[in-house]
Design a protein around this ligand. Structure first.
Ligand code: ZN
Length: 74
């Protein structure tokens, strides 16, 4: 950038790395591609691949992922 400075080094919030948006202990593969939309409410999960919010817990999120990839995971 011509005027240098702030390009690219401002800290950016990453929902996928926010521990408040994931279960502390879970080996559910659905969490690789999603996070809670509005914790502590856990019913709605945001898809990190497309941004879709699935209002049916992690189970529904995984069904959504399966629909995207054609594979059933978990
Ligand atoms: Zn998606």
């Amino acid at each position: 950038a011509a005027n240098g400075g702030a390009d690219g080094d401002e800290p950016s919030y990453d929902s996928m790395k926010d521990q408040a948006r994931k279960p502390l202990q879970s080996n559910d593969p659905g969490w690789k591609y999603g996070y809670w939309h509005a914790p502590p409410q856990r019913k709605s999960v945001v898809c990190n691949l497309c941004g879709k919010i699935t209002p049916g817990w992690i189970k529904r999120h995984k069904e959504h992922l399966a629909g995207l990839t054609g594979d059933v995971i978990g």
